[in-house]
Design a protein around this ligand. Structure first.
Ligand code: GZL
Length: 311
């Protein structure tokens, strides 16, 4: 009898475990890897059955994954949308199946009615913080800037470009002379920076603004290989605050980064648990905080604090 009761109890507990499908963009950056690691840990800690799909940065794979999650009848879907457009029909299918969708770290242009909430940072503000750092720290005179943009059509690429331009527009002598996507990857950042250096040979490049640290780290490699000193000849400002950018700061190769927390799933699961419990409708946007870090902020301590978080 006791054995039966405990088995029945276990079965009962297992049956109440919520199942969540997670359509992740891929593993294009250290930050993305940390977001995945933390999401798996959060789900484990909460007894949530997480079904994970890596889209290799292709929207069609994310759409297929969402359709599969709907067919499985999951209790919720997490979506980190690689680009901002093209989600209406698949989000409508999830809505028709009464499956709540929570957006992580990027936004979509679909109606807010098609998702429960979006967890992310103020991406425009991140660009403004990066731009303001350069305004405050650029050398005297003209400062010609090159920009490595994130994935074309993604909300961070759009908003971080806007924010940086908001900050520098009012300042004298700062001009963006080249801008191109490096797709948020180190290899992309390195290749595009090599082309910037060739195209601008003979002209002075004062600073690089990269929409994420991984592209900045690739660019630092290219600048070193060109026999120049990143962090001195060319100032480096980027976004994410991954461990390796702090290592670069400690070496004098990078100057500033704007932190983006990789723990988007904590607030997401909090909102879902409240919704599952009694239908509580969260705010449509749950904003995470970001702050500036520079070489003055003990980079190696920041490196140590982050190095085991799964980046
Ligand atoms: C921003 C997030 C970005 C990170 C990159 O919210 O979507 O995607 O800044 C990642 O590292 O590729």
């Amino acid at each position: 009898r006791i054995l039966l009761t405990s088995a029945a109890l276990l079965a009962g507990t297992a049956a109440s475990a919520q199942t969540v499908g997670f359509s992740q963009i891929g593993s294009e950056s250290g930050w993305r890897a940390a977001e995945t690691t933390l999401t798996r840990q959060e789900a484990e800690a909460r007894g949530i059955d997480l079904r994970f799909s890596d889209a290799q940065q292709r929207q069609e794979n994310q759409i297929a994954a969402i359709r599969s999650f709907v067919a499985q009848g999951v209790d919720a879907i997490l979506l980190a949308p690689v680009v901002a457009t093209g989600w209406d029909s698949v989000l409508e299918e999830a809505a028709e199946a009464d499956i709540p969708v929570v957006l992580l770290d990027r936004r979509v242009d679909s109606s807010e009615d098609l998702y429960l909430t979006a967890v992310g940072s103020d991406l425009v503000h991140e660009g403004e913080v990066a731009g303001q750092w350069l305004v405050d720290n650029k050398p005297e005179g003209e400062c010609r800037v090159v920009e490595l943009q994130g994935t074309t059509g993604s909300s961070p690429a759009i908003d971080r470009a806007t924010g940086f331009r908001n900050a520098i527009d009012g300042a004298e002598g700062i001009e963006i002379v080249r801008s191109q996507t490096g797709d948020f990857t180190r290899s992309g950042g390195k290749e595009v920076m090599e082309s910037f250096l060739q195209a601008e040979s003979g002209n002075e490049i004062c600073a690089l603004y990269a929409h994420n640290d991984d592209m900045a780290l690739g660019a630092i490699q290219a600048i070193n290989e060109a026999g120049m000193n990143p962090g001195e000849d060319i100032l480096i400002v980027s976004i994410d605050a991954v461990p390796d950018i702090f290592q670069a700061m400690a070496n004098g190769d990078a100057n500033a980064t704007v932190e983006l927390t990789p723990n988007m799933s904590g607030p997401a699961f909090d909102a879902l648990e409240a919704y599952w419990a009694d239908g509580t409708e969260p705010e449509k946007f749950i904003q995470t905080e970001s702050r500036l870090y520079t070489q003055d902020d003990d980079p190696m301590a920041e490196y140590e604090a982050r190095k085991d978080l799964g980046y």
